[in-house]
Write a protein that binds this ligand. Structure first.
Ligand SMILES: Cc1cc2nc3c(=O)[nH]c(=O)nc-3n(C[C@H](O)[C@H](O)[C@H](O)COP(=O)(O)O)c2cc1C
Ligand code: SF4
Length: 484
């Protein structure tokens, strides 16, 4: 690992910007974006506990709209009507009115220029890492294997009844437990219980192919009713649909195993969404160019998926990387595993502490490979790349070289949502540049309102008295206004 300096920026004059590919319009199926700039989904932890839009959510997306990106994607939003903490939800018609407020605000503040997508997702249950005593007293299902191990290693008394087996297990060290428990049981103890798409013994997991197309379709219909320009199906990172696409998907019900079977549900979900919303509304997906986990899908798989999606009619393919639970760091007791802590997590949100390739534009080759396969298959589907994009010449080169059709910047846009407009106005020198050290991601990990270290303590501003603050009053929740 080495620490990389930010790339020396080249900022355009207003004239140069007006001619740049970055600021030319582009079609994404039925949707026209005014520029080839994209703010990808970022969960800011501002919804209510019931998953409803708050004033803070409206302000947040309005603030990104000030910078007039071509496309703004609203955070991962749950398609089910089940409690999931302060994450946005769209699993019932009662969520539509709040989401419409976001749409109206973005239209107003971007002068109608920014196209708005809702990222819709499903996720399986994950529990916090349990206390050891509780795990053995309550959570572990005692099986013959445990009874036999207790008898063999400690005699008949230890195996006399379930309570004795639980007590014996609780007294063992990790080395013994690794031998006595199954891999999955040990993981449940060390990391917290986490459902997988392979858990066909669980009825609701078995039923995912029956229920998800309808849930995604209803969520997309609500997004359309709320006034969004389209949806981004969340087929990336640590969530259900990405797990179906993963090489680690070993389902034996026709939805796992071979590449065709892994693709089946993602295509069926798309078909159901398309049937619901029609052809005249934008539907695309975010998925992984590389899972970056042992035994996971790599770029060769992703090229196949991208081509199949394009041939089916997806309007765009937004390529991400990594962000899996499989290699996440062990959480503290009482906390849940966080999918951006391991190697795959670093690849998803690369920092300046990186290998020799550095964090900047690190994922571009994945998008480029998928785009060229999609083109070779005769499809014009737009491809979006993200990951360490933070500077004009870099973004423009990606487009000029045909590696992607739009460039996305999450953290640079969080550091300075006006940066797109500053570039267009020839005032790039005023861009507040992201440091790529992931303070924001640390807040996300703690489920705290996401802000940026470059502006969240800056109260020497005209809006200091009115700007919303974090619960402890120490941080401002919105970037300072740009006096343009
Ligand atoms: C705070 C935070 C929240 C994020 N939430 C989401 C999300 O809801 N959905 C998603 O697909 N990616 C999410 N991401 C990943 C970003 O969209 C993006 O892919 C990643 O940060 C790499 O791009 P960047 O280098 O431009 O930041 C999040 C990133 C951050 C920093
Ligand atoms: S907190 Fe750090 S990594 Fe996140 S947007 Fe701000 S400068 Fe970039």
């Amino acid at each position: 690992m080495q620490k990389h300096a930010l790339p020396e920026p080249h900022w355009p004059t207003a004239d140069e910007a007006a001619k740049a590919l970055l600021f030319q319009p582009i079609r994404l199926g039925p949707m026209q974006a005014a520029t080839r700039t994209w703010v990808p989904a970022m969960v800011p932890w501002r919804a209510t506990e019931e998953g409803l839009v708050t004033d803070h959510v409206v302000d947040w997306y309005g603030r990104f709209a000030d910078g007039r990106p071509g496309v703004l994607v609203v955070e991962a939003t749950g398609i089910r009507d089940v409690p999931s903490g302060p994450l946005l939800r769209v699993g019932h018609d009662r969520f539509v009115d709040g989401l419409r407020r976001v749409v109206d605000e973005v239209r107003r503040r971007s002068g109608g220029e920014t196209r708005l997508l809702l990222q819709i997702l499903d996720f399986l249950s994950i529990r916090r890492r349990p206390e050891r005593e509780k795990f053995f007293a309550r959570f572990l299902r005692v099986t013959e294997r445990h009874v036999a191990a207790a008898r063999e290693r400690a005699g008949d008394a230890a195996a006399a009844d379930e309570a004795n087996v639980r007590a014996w297990l609780a007294a063992q060290d990790d080395a013994t437990l690794r031998e006595v428990l199954t891999r999955r049981e040990f993981r449940d103890l060390a990391f917290g219980q986490r459902e997988e798409v392979n858990d066909l013994h669980l009825e609701h997991v078995r039923a995912l192919p029956e229920v998800l197309p309808g849930l995604f379709a209803a969520a997309a219909r609500r997004a359309r009713e709320a006034g969004f320009d389209g949806v981004e199906l969340h087929y990336a990172h640590a969530y259900t649909m990405a797990s179906f696409l993963s090489r680690t998907n070993e389902r034996t019900d026709g939805y796992g195993g071979s590449p065709e079977a892994r693709l089946r549900l993602p295509l069926e979900v798309y078909d159901a969404v398309r049937r619901e919303v029609g052809r005249d509304w934008c539907v695309g997906a975010r998925f992984l160019g590389d899972e970056v986990i042992d035994g996971g899908s790599r770029i060769d798989d992703a090229v196949g998926y991208g081509t199949a999606f394009a041939q089916r009619g997806f309007d765009f393919l937004s390529i991400s990387k990594g962000g899996k639970f499989d290699d996440a760091r062990q959480p503290h007791v009482g906390e849940a595993a966080y999918p951006y802590t391991g190697r795959s997590g670093h690849e998803c949100m690369p920092t300046v502490r990186s290998d020799e390739r550095g964090p900047f534009g690190r994922n571009v080759p994945l998008a480029a490979a998928i785009r060229s396969a999609v083109r070779a298959a005769g499809c014009a589907t737009t491809v979006i790349t993200a990951g360490g994009i933070c500077e004009f010449a870099q973004a423009e080169a990606i487009l000029q070289q045909g590696h992607a059709d739009l460039v996305a910047a999450a953290r640079q846009s969080l550091a300075d949502p006006d940066w797109w407009l500053k570039m267009r106005r020839g005032r790039g020198g005023e861009v507040r540049r992201c440091l790529f050290t992931n303070y924001c991601e640390g807040l996300d990990q703690k489920h705290k309102e996401v802000t940026c270290q470059l502006w969240d303590r800056d109260f020497d501003t005209p809006d200091a008295d009115s700007v919303p603050r974090s619960k402890d009053q120490k941080r401002r929740l919105l970037p300072p206004p740009w006096i343009s």
